[in-house]
Design a protein around this ligand. Structure first.
Ligand code: HEC
Ligand code: HEC
Length: 323
C-alpha cells in the first residue's frame, strides 16, 4: 500500500554508500588502526556516518534528503528508538553498539559489523553520545527484563489476535496488520516528519524479528515515534462487565466481534485485576504480550510460507534481522 520507490535493497545500499563515502573523500575504513587508544573516532564518524547523520550529528548530512521516509537519526536530542531500556530513558551503550553493528533492516542504515572492527564501533558509540548533553547529565535506566518465551501454539496466536484488538493496535497497524489503520496516514514522528506504522506482512522488523525482540519493542516502545510502550498497566485491561465491546469493535467483522466478546467475558474484571498478587498480575501481562508477539509474527508472509513448508526454522525466516 505504501509503495517505497527507493526501497533500500542491499545492492542499492552499497552503491549509495560508496557514492556518499566518495563524496566526503573517505579513506579506506579498514586501513584504520585496530587499537582503541589510537582510533580516530572523529575521523571515522566524518567518513562513515556524517554523510547521513551530519557533521553536527543532527541527522542533516548531505545524503539524508535522498533517503525517503526513514531519515538518519538526529543524535543531538538523545532520543533513540532501539533500546533495551524503558520508554523515556536513554539507551544503554550496548543498544547503540548493537544498532551500529546490525544496522536497521528495511532502511538505509547500514550494517557495520563487517566494515568496522569491534573497537571502532565502540569508539563510535562514545563519539555519538558526545553530540547530546543528556548523556553527560543522565544515566540510562536499567534494561527491561524479558521473561522466558511462551511456546507458540494456534491457541496463543488466536488469543493474540484478540489482545491486538483490545489494545487498539489496529488503529494504526490496521485490522489485518497491513499498516493501514484509520490513523496510519496521519502519524508524524518527533521531528514532524510523516511516519507509517509497520506492515506486519512485510517481514524484516527494524528492531529484530525474534520473538524476544518483538516483546522488547512492545514493552519499550520506539521513542521518537507514535509507537507506544505497552507497559504493564496498559496490558492489564479488564474484561467481564467492565469493558465496552461495542466501543472497541468499530470496523471489525461480526465474527471477530463475537470472538472478542467471548474472550473478554473470560478475562478478569477490574476489581479482580486490582486484587491480584504482583506475581499473578505480571504473569497475566506476560501471557498477553507473548500472545501478541506470536500473533504479529504469524502475519509475516515470507516467514509464514517457510513455516508452512518446513516447520519452524528461525534461521531461514528473515535473514539478517533475525540474529
Ligand atoms: C546511508 C545513510 C546512513 C549512514 C552512512 C549511517 N546511517 Fe545511521 N541511520 C541511518 C538511518 C536512515 C537511520 C534511521 C532508521 C530508522 O529510524 O528507522 C539510522 C539510525 C542510526 C542509529 C539508530 C539510533 C536509534 O536507536 O534510534 C544509530 C545509532 C546510527 N544510525 C549510527 C550510525 C553510525 C555510527 C554510522 C557510521 C558508522 C551510521 N549510522 C551511518 C542512515 C545512515
Ligand atoms: C499510535 C499508533 C500506533 C499504535 C496504537 C501501535 N503502533 Fe506499532 N508502530 C507504530 C509506528 C508508527 C511504527 C513504526 C515506527 C518506525 O518505523 O520507526 C510501529 C512499529 C511497530 C512494530 C515494528 C517494530 C520494528 O522493529 O520494526 C511492531 C512490532 C509494532 N509496532 C507492534 C504494535 C502492536 C502489537 C501494537 C498494539 C499493542 C501497536 N504496535 C500499536 C504506531 C503504532
Amino acid at each position: 500500500m505504501h509503495a517505497k520507490p527507493n526501497a533500500p535493497t542491499r545492492v542499492r545500499q552499497a552503491a549509495l554508500l560508496g557514492a556518499l563515502l566518495g563524496l566526503v573523500g573517505a579513506q579506506n575504513l579498514s586501513a584504520q588502526s585496530q587499537h582503541v587508544s589510537t582510533i580516530d573516532a572523529a575521523g571515522l564518524y566524518r567518513d562513515a556516518c556524517s554523510p547521513c547523520h551530519g557533521r553536527l550529528g543532527d541527522g542533516q548530512g548531505p545524503g539524508a534528503r535522498l533517503l525517503g521516509e526513514a531519515q538518519p537519526r538526529d543524535f543531538t536530542v538523545g532520543v533513540f528508538k532501539f533500546r533495551t531500556t524503558p520508554t523515556g530513558s536513554l539507551p544503554a551503550d550496548e543498544d547503540i553498539f548493537r544498532t551500529i553493528s546490525r544496522g536497521v533492516p528495511g532502511t538505509w542504515m547500514p550494517e557495520w559489523e563487517e566494515m568496522l572492527t569491534e573497537d571502532q564501533r565502540w569508539a563510535l558509540v562514545r563519539y555519538i553520545k558526545g553530540f547530546s548533553d543528556f548523556f553527560a547529565d543522565e544515566e540510562p535506566d536499567p534494561p527491561v527484563s524479558i521473561p522466558r518465551e511462551r511456546e507458540v501454539s494456534a491457541e496463543l496466536v488466536s488469543e493474540g489476535r484478540l489482545v491486538y484488538v483490545a489494545l487498539r493496535c489496529a488503529q494504526c497497524h490496521g485490522p489485518l496488520g497491513r499498516g493501514d489503520g484509520p490513523s496510519a496516514d496521519e502519524l508524524t514522528d518527533d521531528w514532524d516528519r510523516k511516519i507509517h506504522p509497520y506492515d506486519f506482512t512485510r517481514g524484516g522488523y527494524k528492531a529484530g524479528s525474534a520473538p524476544s525482540d518483538i516483546y522488547r519493542t512492545l514493552v519499550t516502545g520506539l521513542s521518537g515515534t507514535p509507537m507506544p510502550a505497552f507497559e504493564r498497566d496498559i496490558v492489564l485491561f479488564p474484561g467481564g462487565p467492565d469493558i465496552d465491546v461495542a466501543q472497541m469493535s468499530e470496523g471489525l467483522d461480526p465474527g471477530t466481534v463475537d470472538d472478542l466478546r467471548t474472550f473478554l467475558a473470560d478475562q478478569p474484571t477490574r476489581a479482580q485485576v486490582a486484587a491480584m498478587s504482583n506475581a499473578d498480575a505480571q504473569s497475566l501481562a506476560e501471557d498477553r504480550l507473548w500472545a501478541l508477539v506470536h500473533y504479529v509474527r504469524s502475519l509475516d508472509r515470507p516467514r509464514g510460507l517457510l513455516f508452512r513448508l518446513f516447520g519452524e526454522k528461525p534461521e531461514l525466516s528473515t535473514g539478517r534481522s533475525n540474529r
